[in-house]
Design a protein around this ligand. Structure first.
Ligand code: NAP
Length: 261
């Protein structure tokens, strides 16, 4: 079965790198129009060009905005509507991994994590929802991590924010289903992305990136890290008609890493 989203317009936060870029590329190749959002304009322009090269017929827009603020979310949504006409699919993907010993997590870190990863998802869904409801078709994918179901020691603030994101997904799914708005979460384990490339560079190891990430992946049940394309394929499935009977789930995309289903 070929997964298609022809005629759908998608807003993808964090679409300039890593998983978000892979999702935007997959959506564009599947017939969708895509608006990618991130802060760094130069990286957005590179990503826009890469998506156009992979899907020359697709409508692609790049919007520079910081979605950790209400104004940034409004600018991101307005930019997407201006470029694409509407938003049928919202992928709340932008995020960072902030974690440490509980006593070292300051109020500022908590707030920053909640603003970027929880409030952005709330605000953007609030903006996109009325149009989806009027058209009786919408998809929202909240990208979380496996800590949402299994919060580890030193997992704050991210695991707490992600657990809230899972609850948000269920609340929205329960309200949206009758309007044709299907809301689901994807829980990331260890997937190749720019985030890990930055960590590899910061580690100052002599190992190549592939060796370094390969060792981390070797401990997982599947014995390897995931590819961004594999993650994007799951997001595409949820947003295609093939995912038309799925609402309120939180799917681990983690090679079996999560200790809970
Ligand atoms: N890859 C993994 O193994 C993994 C594991 C667990 C969870 N995740 C989650 O999966 C999502 C994607 O991760 P990734 O690995 O692809 O990360 P990444 O390679 O670091 O990409 C993050 C993206 O988010 C954007 N972004 C960050 N802060 C933003 C802000 N304030 N406003 C707008 N855009 C912002 C970045 O662009 P700018 O910096 O230019 O803004 C970039 O496009 C994140 O939510 C992450 O926490 C990933």
């Amino acid at each position: 079965m070929e997964l298609r989203i022809d005629g759908r317009a998608a807003l993808i936060t964090g679409g300039s790198k890593g998983l978000g870029l892979a999702i935007a590329r997959a959506f564009a190749q599947a017939g969708g129009a895509v608006a990618i959002v991130a802060r760094n304009a130069a990286q957005l322009a590179e990503a826009e060009a890469a998506i156009r090269a992979a899907a020359p017929a697709a409508k692609v827009a790049a919007i520079a905005a910081d979605i950790s603020t209400a104004e940034g979310c409004e600018a991101a949504y307005a930019g997407a509507v201006q470029a694409l006409g509407q938003v049928d699919i919202l992928v709340n993907n932008a995020g960072t991994s902030q974690r440490g010993p509980f006593l070292e997590v300051t109020d500022a870190l908590w707030q920053n994590d909640l603003d970027l990863k929880l409030f952005a998802a709330i605000r953007l869904a609030r903006l996109a929802w009325p149009g989806m409801q009027a058209r009786r078709w919408g998809r929202i994918v909240n990208v979380l991590n496996t800590g949402a179901k299994a919060p580890p020691a030193e997992g704050a603030p991210t695991a707490v924010t992600r657990a809230a994101g899972m609850a948000l997904t269920k609340v929205q799914a329960n309200e949206g289903a009758k309007h044709g708005i299907l809301v689901n979460a994807l829980l990331v384990g260890l997937i190749d992305s720019d985030q890990h490339r930055r960590r590899h560079a910061a580690s100052k190891t002599n190992e190549s990136y592939e060796e370094w990430l390969g060792k981390l992946g070797a401990s997982l049940p599947m014995g390897r890290y995931g590819k961004a394309e594999e993650f994007a394929a799951t997001a595409l499935f949820l947003c295609s008609e093939g995912g038309g009977y799925i609402a309120g789930t939180a799917i681990n995309v983690d090679g079996g890493r999560s200790p809970v289903v």
